[in-house]
Write a protein that binds this ligand. Sequence first.
Ligand code: HEC
Length: 134
Amino acid sequence: MKAYWVALACCLSLPAFAETEHPLLPGYAEQARQDNPAFTGFSAERGKALYFAEQKRDGKTMSCTTCHTADPRQIGKTPAYRKVEPLAPVANPKRFSNPKKVEKWFRRNCDDVFTRECSAQEKGDFITWINSLK
Ligand code: HEC
């Protein structure tokens, strides 16, 4: 019975919660702590740096901005000119609401840019930053 009330309190208060901390962050924080016991919290600054970090790929410069533009509130496009809806939740409220989709695209896009997966800390940093854009 007690657990039921805790669960209910969690989900009823989600919209208010989202204004201060994104609902995906607690899960990433737990993973980040497992990866690194010295983890102390997410950083919007580091998330922003990840977004703009440039890598050489086949002689071209790649970053998250390649497809999502230098302003993630704008509509982007892939190198094949496919339209990409804005990534920042302020411009596109559907973003970062479906954990499966978020994980799928982090995996793909981190691999496109950095040829590796992003860590839980990097994902949390990134969401902290992009969710803070107004
Ligand atoms: C080669 C083009 C490309 C690059 C580079 C790219 N993305 Fe994406 N990204 C996409 C496309 C295409 C989608 C999925 C289509 C859509 O949802 O609009 C997407 C979707 C996402 C999503 C899903 C969000 C959601 O909830 O819908 C996340 C997260 C994301 N990208 C993060 C990143 C990050 C972080 C980087 C840099 C490491 C990055 N992307 C670089 C093309 C790109």
